[in-house]
Design a binder for this molecule. Structure first.
Ligand code: FAD
Length: 461
């Protein structure tokens, strides 16, 4: 079997690489070891976001303070409905990935792929049998990542979970410890707090979401605490074990916690182990991630890689863009040659967090004379009506020419709101853009205008 392109892995990166090449007339096959297409984007990202929406809806979480009533569903019923909803959305998104590949005439081959010589790919069916051999002019590796499992933790214990198994929880929890204050840890910790569990979030570092602006990290931790979560920062390494007294989580300071479940959200590791990379001349770094150049070429001729398998930022959004760009370079398609250097980052915790551009720490360390403007949602009419007053919009801008350099948001719909800031930064806009344009009122977006006024005031304009 000969193709112009064979893609290894049908997650978001693989699907978009395959569709892009097929759209430009190439004969394409995509191989995935799972029957359910969509990779971690469907199984992890989409399912955790659906859990979040369902948890907010079923518990009336934000509305409880406003209307003094919650939806008093029995916890078992709430979790059962949440599970159904999550399963439905996952099924729909998997079907949508399969339909996109079908529409583009891409062959989907089920089985585990290993690289052979001269751009041959061996595909072993999950139920065994002789491997099939598929050959291609170009191979793109998009085999993604899996949870990094810290050594010494017995993950075969049913109460000790990782980021993938946590998304499968199907009964209400009394208590939960989440280890890891990154995006996935913050999401699960806040979802289960909304569902009524007693949650402890343990982070080894001094700040949640350390890649975010310092003020955002601090505000998120304060909001989590106000929701009733116990947030332990700078807590060192936590360990977990099963003892005669049940599940036990031990913190670096010796404190023992006895939750019903623990989730370790300790980062990701590349899915490269069984790909036969060394034999094919594809180099990896010390963490097993595939090394690529700016055109997503690996060290082997005709073999490209994109998505989580090449390392950070390990986001579905960026993975898809990398894969499209890799395809364009591989076939010299004059369409999309670079990945946006200013991607937004979104964290779907409760409340959401999002950023684009530079943080305050970054502009300070680059020696840029900067100003800061803020608008808090407790002064925003729409947020007040909705009862979602936690959070703020923060601008970081050049104080000499007022150019917007970074936007940082905590609050509901932060992951949507951030795109206005992204557009203004992309076009080299200044913060007074927000002052001179008229906004619908009442809207949460209005916070942009008041962050701009605050910024102008702060630099004496
Ligand atoms: C809980 C959670 C929440 C997340 N939330 C977000 C979010 O809100 N926004 C966001 O942008 N990102 C989010 N992410 C990250 C996002 O899911 C990943 O960045 C994205 O899925 C990476 O895409 P990919 O195509 O590179 O790899 P993957 O999605 O991991 O897909 C890789 C595919 O390759 C297949 N495969 C692996 N090895 C082989 C082999 N040898 N042979 C055949 N097939 C193989 C796998 O079965 C899989 O289908 C989240 C991740 C997690 C875990």
């Amino acid at each position: 079997m000969r193709y112009d392109l064979v893609v290894l892995g049908a997650g978001p990166a693989g699907e978009k690489a395959a569709a892009q090449a097929a759209y430009w007339g190439k004969r394409v096959a995509v191989i995935d070891r799972r029957r359910q297409l969509g990779g971690t984007m469907v199984g992890g990202a989409v399912s955790s976001k659906t859990m979040r929406e369902a948890a907010l809806y079923l518990t009336g979480f934000r509305r409880r303070d406003v209307y003094e009533v919650g939806l008093d569903l029995a916890p078992e019923t709430a979790v059962e409905r949440l599970r159904h909803r999550t399963d439905d959305v996952v099924r729909l998104m998997t079907e949508s990935a399969a339909a996109n590949l079908r529409r583009h005439g891409v062959d989907v081959i089920h089985g585990t792929a290993t690289l052979g010589p001269d751009r041959a790919v061996m595909v072993r069916a999950t139920d065994g049998g002789e491997p099939r051999v598929v050959r291609a002019e170009v191979i793109i590796i998009t085999t993604g990542s899996r949870p990094f499992l810290p050594p010494g933790i017995p993950f075969d214990d049913p109460d000790i979970l990782d980021a993938d198994t946590a998304a499968l929880l199907d009964h209400p929890l009394r208590s939960l410890v989440v280890v890891g204050g990154g995006a996935v840890g913050c999401e699960f910790a806040s979802i289960f707090t909304a569902l009524g569990a007693e949650v402890v979030l343990v982070d080894s570092g001094p700040r949640l979401l350390p890649f975010m602006d310092w003020e955002v990290s601090d505000l998120l931790a304060a909001t989590f605490r106000a929701m009733g979560m116990r947030v332990l920062q700078g807590a060192g390494r936590a360990s977990a074990a099963r003892t005669s007294a049940g599940l036990q989580v031990e913190l670096a300071n010796g404190e023992i916690l006895r939750p019903e479940k623990v989730i370790f959200a300790a980062g990701r590791a590349g899915n490269t182990d069984s790909l036969g990379l060394a034999g094919a001349g594809v180099a990896t770094d010390e963490r097993g991630r595939i090394v690529v150049d700016e055109h997503f070429r690996t060290t082997a001729d005709g073999i490209y890689a994109a998505g989580d398998v090449i390392g950070p930022p390990a986001l579905g959004s960026v993975s898809m863009e990398q894969a499209r760009v890799a395809t364009c370079w591989a076939f010299d398609i004059p369409f999309k040659r670079t990945v946006d250097p200013l991607p937004p980052f979104g964290v779907y915790s409760i409340p959401e967090v999002a950023m684009v551009g530079l943080t305050e720490e970054e502009v300070r360390s680059q020696g840029i004379a900067y100003g800061v403007g803020r608008a808090r949602f407790d002064q925003n009419t729409r947020a007040t009506i909705a009862g979602s007053t936690d959070g703020m919009v923060k601008f970081v801008f050049d104080r000499d020419d007022l150019r917007l350099l970074g936007v940082h948001i905590v609050g509901e719909t932060a992951t949507e709101l951030i795109h206005q800031g992204q557009a203004v930064i992309h076009f080299g806009g200044k913060i007074d853009y927000f002052i001179h344009s008229t906004f619908n009122v009442p809207t949460v977006s209005e916070a942009y205008k008041y962050a701009a006024y605050d910024g102008l005031g702060a630099v004496g304009r």
